[in-house]
Write a protein that binds this ligand. Structure first.
Ligand SMILES: [Zn+2]
Ligand SMILES: [Zn+2]
Length: 425
């Protein structure tokens, strides 16, 4: 008897599964045209007004409950299934980058705008155009199966993943502040990113626990005492102190932290001080970025950076003022959820196409959502078959190119993850 019930359940699950694939195949050309349209008309973070309207109109046409203007231009759609159950959130980002497109495509971006006072090109150089088209497709597939769904699917279209314009708030953190995870509150959240280094189209990469790094802005101001370049003993040279600080903080990752636990990075990207060859200045300003893979390591790095910079400065009679601005937390994929959903990814993409992704030292603000609900964020390879992913232009390059073959796989992975999650105990 029990075996019979199990068999019926398995058959029903198999039917749902093939219905998702059938519906995904039916809308494939629509998904491609949405993506081309977004690609041709990219908008920067917090300015995604045209983009948001297309998304909201589509979700309304599917009879979803739609909220617009969340975190400036964000859109949230709610699809309530025919039966009660859990709540799963699916997230896409929406913004493009101030990059001038150099890819030779019929739908290449010719958009230009002003960014931080500079005239720039605008391009979906991180591939968020694909994410939006995929999630619009998933909404259409699942809306068509509403009566079979046990639970609720929340579609989250998020602005400004690449960071808000100067002086503005934005992105996942602001969406959460504005209630994107309330009424109803998700039990799990899924998201994907097209990624050049993840391989060729068809390949899926995932990583449980710390998958992407946290990102903090580091500012160090070294104050010495101005003097003549020929009389250094008459003052305190902040340039020499800054040089020691740059080297000193490099020993934190290489000599002080346990390198077998997780990678960590401190990069100083700018040094400013002085105006003339023979004048020792008062002050040198350093700016950099800090990357870590766990909150504990992040805190430890902050503590050691302060200690190293302040102690080196003190030993020379200078002072170091260390300012650290926390930007994105590290992206933590819930290990239990990852293990639970891995069979779905393998079934959809083919087990041989699913691999473990090495840690990625870039950051992603999906991490804020994954702090509020168990999350799984995974990667889809973007390169045309035959292209070497280790030499192909990467995300953010003016030459970054995504093979459209990624779109049906994106729709299928997210739709199957949502349905499988809702139907599992
Ligand atoms: Zn990006
Ligand atoms: Zn991105």
């Amino acid at each position: 008897m029990k075996t019979a019930i199990l068999l019926v359940l398995l058959l029903a699950q198999g039917e749902t599964s093939s219905e998702i694939d059938r519906r995904a195949a039916q809308i494939q050309s629509k998904v491609i045209s949405w993506r081309r349209d977004f690609h041709e008309h990219p908008e920067l973070g917090n300015r995604e007004t045209r983009t948001a309207k297309i998304i909201a109109d589509h979700l309304r046409s599917l009879n979803l409950e739609v909220k617009t203007g969340v975190a400036h231009t964000g859109v949230v759609g709610i699809l309530r299934g025919g039966r009660p159950g859990k709540v799963v959130a699916l997230r896409s980002d929406m913004d493009a980058l101030p990059v001038t497109e150099e890819v030779n495509l019929p739908f290449a971006s010719k958009t230009r705008t002003t960014y931080n006072g500079q005239e720039v090109g605008v391009m979906h150089a991180c591939g968020h155009d694909n994410h939006m088209a995929v999630l619009m497709g998933v909404a259409e597939v699942l809306a068509g199966m509403k009566s079979q769904l046990a639970g609720t699917v929340k579609f989250i279209f998020q602005p400004a993943e690449e960071g808000a314009p100067q002086g503005e708030q934005g992105g996942a953190e602001l969406m959460l502040k504005e209630g994107a995870f309330e009424n109803p509150r998700p039990d799990a959240v899924f998201g994907l990113h097209v990624l050049g280094v993840a391989g060729n189209v068809g390949q899926v990469a995932y990583r449980p626990a710390g998958a992407m790094a946290s990102s903090d802005l580091l500012r160090i101001t070294i104050r010495g005492k101005q003097t003549h370049g020929a009389i250094p003993w008459g003052g305190v040279d902040p340039i020499v102190v800054a040089s020691q600080v740059v080297l000193g903080i490099q020993t934190i990752s290489s000599r002080q932290l346990d390198v077998t636990k997780a990678p960590s990075i401190i990069t100083i990207g700018s040094i400013h001080g002085g105006v003339r060859n023979n004048i020792i200045p008062d002050e040198v300003r350093l700016e950099g970025t800090i990357r870590a893979f766990s909150p504990e390591m992040q805190d430890e790095m902050h503590r050691r950076i302060r200690l190293t910079a302040e102690s080196i400065a003190e030993s020379a009679g200078a002072t170091a003022n260390v300012e650290i601005v926390r930007q994105y937390p590290s992206l933590f994929n819930n290990p239990a959820l990852t293990e639970q959903m891995l069979p779905t990814l393998k079934r959809v993409a083919g087990a041989e196409n699913v691999s473990l992704q090495p840690p990625i030292t870039a950051a992603e603000d999906f991490s804020f959502f994954a702090q509020k609900a168990p999350g799984l964020f995974f990667f889809l390879g973007t390169n045309k078959k035959g292209v070497d992913p280790t030499t192909a232009p990467v995300n953010h390059s003016p030459l970054f190119e995504v093979d459209e073959g990624v779109l049906p796989l994106g729709v299928r992975t997210l739709a199957h993850l949502a349905v499988d999650y809702l139907s599992q105990k």
